[in-house]
Design a protein around this ligand. Structure first.
Ligand code: PMP
Length: 361
């Protein structure tokens, strides 16, 4: 089989070693003679694996003891509702900082439960160059139950690399950036992330919540979205996504074996640098995000001559470079280079881009 590099934004590629391990034990997990997806989530083997996965995640992110880690259903969008339902308490207002598509989508859902106090931090000039207002200029209401933001806008490739200092609970949608670098969990009330980019397969959503926030859910919060109920039942109030949990556990072990998040952060920075340099050193490609706010996970770029888009995509596919088409709201191209993307994948992409420019530039 020819080498394929998959640049999909999510569900995204998983580490080759993890896929090989999962394949090896697919029909006979732990010598039980059945797959891990065929056994009860209440069986001792499964519970031991689930606990180990949580501990590995805690080790990776240095999650303090006063935080619960919840393995949930419902994706990032589930948490767009889960956050207000669990955190509003007796307040009516929630603050949202918007920087792109996903933070705005969180507002749309949040407004079903609360009045939204919105601070648009996205800056855009007439030429389409974008930047973000520095976090120390973000404004929010002290009456809000929380401040929500998205540190990595997956579609626009915009990242906020500083954590804002706020004195109300801070909520971060880390769907496309979790585990890509070390994170000071202490600064947050809630961190959540859909698994399907840097963690594992879709179907699992991680919520990391400070335990003093577990007592404020609205009375009518569905149990399945209720953090306190989920925590009380060790994320097994109902049947969890057992296979996704297991596979994510393999990814956590893989991440530890790579040297943990500092080592992955270094590799991610090197990969992103290589790709942005290729884009910036050419008039043939462009990325319009302010250098200080560029994502290291999702790199959108445009061809100066957009009539070449289809040719670019089909020639890229011939070179084993898959899923480079930009999101439909953005157009152009996007290379998602999460933890599992090896340096060789980015090198191959950059070589292809230079060759393509030579032939079509
Ligand atoms: N937030 C971010 C930052 C995302 O990238 C996505 C999905 N790409 C979502 C939320 C929505 O996630 P889900 O599809 O898991 O609901």
């Amino acid at each position: 089989m020819k080498q394929v590099y998959n640049f999909c934004s999510g569900p995204a590629m998983l580490p080759a070693e993890v896929m090989a391990k999962a394949q090896q034990e697919f029909t006979n997990w732990h010598g039980l003679g059945v797959s891990v997806m065929e056994i009860s989530h209440r069986s001792s083997d499964y519970v031991a694996m689930a606990k180990e996965a949580e501990q590995d995640l805690r080790d990776l992110l240095t999650i303090p003891d006063n935080y619960k880690v919840l393995f949930c259903h419902g994706g990032g969008r589930g948490q767009f509702a889960g956050v207000p339902m669990n955190l509003l308490g007796d307040k009516k207002l929630a603050s949202y900082v918007t920087t792109g598509h996903w933070s705005r989508s969180a507002v749309t859902e949040g407004e079903k439960f609360a009045s939204a106090d919105i601070f648009d931090a996205l800056l855009r000039d007439d030429d389409g160059n974008v930047s973000v207002r520095p976090v120390n200029e973000w404004r929010y209401s002290q009456d809000s139950a929380y401040l929500h933001y998205c540190p990595n806008e997956t579609i626009e490739g915009i990242a906020v690399h500083q954590i804002p200092h706020v004195d109300i609970p801070l909520v971060g949608d880390f769907s496309s950036t979790i585990l890509s670098e070390p994170l000071d969990v202490n600064r947050f009330g809630v961190i959540y992330a859909g698994a399907q980019k840097n963690i594992g397969p879709s179907g699992l959503t991680l919520v990391i919540v400070r335990d003093d926030l577990l007592d404020r859910a609205m009375a009518h919060t569905p149990s399945i979205l209720n953090y306190a109920v989920t925590a009380k039942h060790d994320s097994m109030f109902n049947t969890p996504p057992t296979y996704a949990w297991y596979l994510s556990g393999l990814v956590f072990k893989w991440a530890k074996a790579q040297g943990g998040l500092s080592a992955l952060a270094k590799l991610n920075s090197d990969k992103a640098k290589l790709l942005y340099e290729c884009i910036d050193n050419s008039d043939f490609y462009k990325n319009q995000v302010d250098i200080a706010y560029r994502s290291k996970m999702n790199v959108p770029f445009f061809l100066a001559d957009e009539t070449l888009n289809e040719v670019f995509l089909s020639e890229a596919a011939e070179h084993g470079l898959m899923t480079l088409k930009g999101h439909r709201v953005m157009g152009g191209m996007r290379a998602s280079i999460y933890n599992a993307m090896p340096m060789s994948g980015v090198q191959t992409l950059v070589e292809f881009m230079r060759e393509f420019e030579k032939h079509h530039g």
